[in-house]
Design a protein around this ligand. Structure first.
Ligand code: SAM
Length: 208
């Protein structure tokens, strides 16, 4: 692991993800998670204080970069539910099928190298009655913006820990066996190629 990934990237991920605009987007989905929760690409644990302690029974924080998770400043002993950190990638989840009531992803689907594989894994580990809560940035439907997203993506992903500007979040969810139950979109304040956001809830189609 290079110096960039070990020191600078964890600092950048943690600092950018602490921004109030990002917190406002988290608050639109994280408090809706219930039961046994898996959070993928948990970063520095910034969603932990936003779970509803009356609804959540346990949270597993999955994050491949220990250096990023190590930036966590939440006192896990003060939370009303148990938290377990596991260091692994969403493409290969070490859980039985139908394990979780909720899976949560905030600003992570952009960065997973094999997103199709990860979504099929999420589908597998969700209970048939479970929900996938997401708040993500991705492909804008507006031509002047998406043309810039396509142009800039190759260089952007090199310097941003693999983050891609141009992922079509609803399309990739549907392609990998999810039904989108609720979804809203907006541009957050800032540079439009990186700020088109989707948030909502999807459910797994188990016969997929
Ligand atoms: C922009 S950060 C978001 C962190 C966190 N979800 C948040 O909202 O603060 C993207 C995260 O995705 C993680 N990530 C990258 N590849 C991944 C993979 N294959 N599986 C799971 N997480 C991954 C990164 O390590 C990073 O922590």
């Amino acid at each position: 692991m290079g110096w960039y990934n070990k020191y600078l990237l964890p600092y950048l991920v943690d600092s950018i993800c602490r921004h109030q605009i990002v917190t406002d987007q988290r608050l639109k989905v994280v408090p809706h998670a219930t039961g046994k929760v898996l959070e993928i690409g948990a970063g520095s644990g910034l969603n932990l204080p936003l779970y509803n302690p009356k609804e959540v029974t346990a949270v597993i924080e999955l994050e491949p970069s220990f250096e990023i998770w190590n930036k966590c400043t939440v006192d896990l002993d003060q939370l009303a539910f148990p938290v377990q950190y596991i260091q692994c990638s969403a493409e290969q989840l070490p859980f039985e099928q139908d394990t979780f009531d909720s899976v949560v992803s905030t600003f992570t689907l952009c960065s997973i190298p094999d997103l199709n594989r990860a979504l099929r894994e999420i589908n597998r580990v969700l209970k048939p009655t479970g929900s996938f809560f997401f708040s993500e940035h991705g492909l804008s439907p507006h031509p002047p913006v998406f043309q810039w997203q396509q142009r800039l993506n190759p260089i952007w992903k090199t310097f941003s820990g693999g983050c891609q500007l141009n992922r079509n979040i609803p399309e990739v969810l549907i392609e990998n066996g999810f039904r989108i139950e609720q979804m809203e979109t907006l541009y957050l304040p800032g540079w439009k190629p990186a700020t088109y956001n989707f948030w909502g809830k999807a459910t797994p189609l188990k016969e997929f």
